[in-house]
Design a protein around this ligand. Structure first.
Ligand code: DAO
Length: 184
């Protein structure tokens, strides 16, 4: 099977969104075209009693290229026929921040330590490969991935054809909180 086709990218089997809920620290990121979230990225997923998934996320960003702020983001998720593939509508608490409607695919997770996320924003019409993707490596631990999870995550990066394309996402305690929050 040609794994580099977006349609063939393997996602998490029997994904359980309730177990995915809670706080995740982004510890690695493959950026899309027009990078947005830089570092100190923390996402909180919530699944309500009706099974509706929402998220809040925070991270350091630059607005207008020079204005460094802490972005407060919100997202709602639509289920699809595959339990590990969602459509995510997102927006900023401030209107100056990005809005969008992206795929949010969970490639792999053990729910308690690591998760590999993938989103393809643009598929090449001619050959079915991804023209603009981004991906977060999430950890439940601010300090990063446990040694035993690093090999699994590396293999998954390879599966989604993004090996070697990630950068480390740093977390500096208090850094985001100390920036001006923008709210409208
Ligand atoms: O940072 O370059 C980027 C793209 C990320 C856009 C998504 C921001 C909103 C995230 C909300 C929820 C959790 C992933």
């Amino acid at each position: 099977m040609l794994r580099y086709l977006v349609a063939n990218i393997p996602v998490m089997q029997n994904f359980n969104k309730s177990r995915y809920a809670g706080q995740w620290y982004a510890v690695g990121k493959k950026d899309p075209d027009g990078l947005f979230l830089l570092d100190n990225i923390v996402a909180n997923f919530n699944v309500d009693e009706d099974g509706i998934t929402t998220a809040t996320a925070r991270g350091r960003v630059y607005i207008f290229k020079y204005w460094e702020v802490c972005a407060d983001m919100r997202a709602t998720f639509e289920d699809t026929s595959d339990p590990a593939k969602f459509k995510m509508k997102y927006w900023g608490v401030s209107a100056l921040l990005q809005t969008g409607y992206d795929d949010h695919w969970v490639i792999d997770t053990d729910y308690d330590n690591y998760a590999v996320h993938y989103s393809c924003r643009k598929v090449h019409e001619v050959n079915g490969t991804c023209a603009d993707s981004y991906s977060f490596i999430f950890s439940r631990h601010e300090s990063g991935l446990r040694l035993e999870d690093q090999q699994i995550v590396s293999a998954k990066k390879h599966d989604i054809c993004l090996a070697g394309k990630y950068r480390r996402v740093t977390h500096t305690p208090g850094q985001c909180e100390n920036l001006t929050p923008i709210d409208s």
